[in-house]
Design a protein around this ligand. Sequence first.
Ligand code: NDP
Length: 433
Amino acid sequence: ARRSPGEPEFLQAVSEVLESLAPVLAEHPEFIEAGILERLVEPERQFIFRVPWTDDRNRVQVNRGFRVQFNSALGPFKGGLRFHPSVNLSVIKFLGFEQIFKNALTSQRIGAGKGGSDFDPAGRSDAEVMRFCQSFMTELVHYIGEDMDIPAGDIGVGSREIGYLFGQYRRITRRYESGVLTGKGVGWGGAEVRTEATGYGAVFFADEMLQRAGQGMDGRTAVVSGSGNVATYAIEKIAQLGGRAITASDSSGYIVDEAGIDLELLKQVKGVERARISEYAERRPGAHFVAGGSVWDVAGELAFPCATQNELDESAARTLIANGVRAVTEGANMPTTPAAVELFEEAGVLFAPGKAANAGGVATSALEMSQNAARSRWDRDKSENRLHDIMRDVHEATYSASERYGRPGDYVLGANSAAFVTVAQAVLEQGVI
Ligand code: NDP
């Protein structure tokens, strides 16, 4: 805390991990002696830079860019870029720290980093977004490379932004280095199913968790927050596995559609038109829009927070529990506050932390890197099957670690301990660096 004043999100992410590691450290005094914890909470290096660009009215705008290279014991730094006005160093550090453990759980030999900017793409033209991305990459180019640091998307960074970023990287370096960014268009080096991977993966994880508890996804109603990349494809996979997602949200409010979300309409409104979520309710008979408010007021057996950090707090958790929620699966990073997680544990609600449940996105990014390196391209079935296998393995590793450390079904303990042992062992074996 002394070293990170004004970084509440980062400190929250660190304490969540450290608080669950006591049983692991009791068995591994060598990790304490080697100062592994002190080394894991300190990024290897961090860059903060100016991003100047010109808007459509020819005015100069200045944003702040970040890239935090957190840990490369398992492989090159890997993690997304977030463009959102709420981005600051604390947010990027919390995301980068979480990424260490998530990436370890995928078993894909990738280290951890995160970056982004306080640029707000909302309401900006394509040309403005392109100029911003070009300026951002003009600085970022110095820090990244396919064997060094490989960024991807996150909030506000989808295939459009990755395209502009890759174009500028290629122009500056004069090299076609496919593996330097992931989430590329499938026509030029992107992996099949990367777009869907985080949402699909979270639902695969939830399905494994429910099955282990003797339940299933079939016939269950789900409350989903967000309407971006993760939420959209979580909603799609829930329907494919026989469930019914009845909500979606954005920063203006949420919609309820008891018949089940019409995915084509959602993709049209949010993905293509980049409109507000209320537009969905206007075009869909039977659906209604609630301005502001909390999507967690809607009753459902499954909850999938897929928007942003700390969006599901203690009072939302109480409402969900009172409404009979059985399982909460984090599609977003750290969407559930620590007090809310505690309430779910006390109430016996199954809880899947994001670093395990949303690892499918980065895992598929690692598959994209492998395909780029081999100059090969997998088809859709192979890609989705690999994703499914990886999520089964992440679930298995997480569940067995929870058993091993004495609390079967405590996925927070399971994810943190399984990931920590993997990274700590690598750091230990590589000496004091
Ligand atoms: P998108 O930008 O595609 O969508 C974000 C969604 O969340 C939008 O509906 C947005 O609403 C909403 N949202 C964002 N910030 C806020 C806020 N402060 N308050 C209310 N709503 C908000 O992002 P993704 O779907 O890619 O990311 C969602 C979450 O999943 C993030 O936590 C991200 O870190 C995590 N994640 C993403 C991965 C990926 O592969 N994309 C991988 C692993 C985790 P609005 O349109 O109004 O801004």
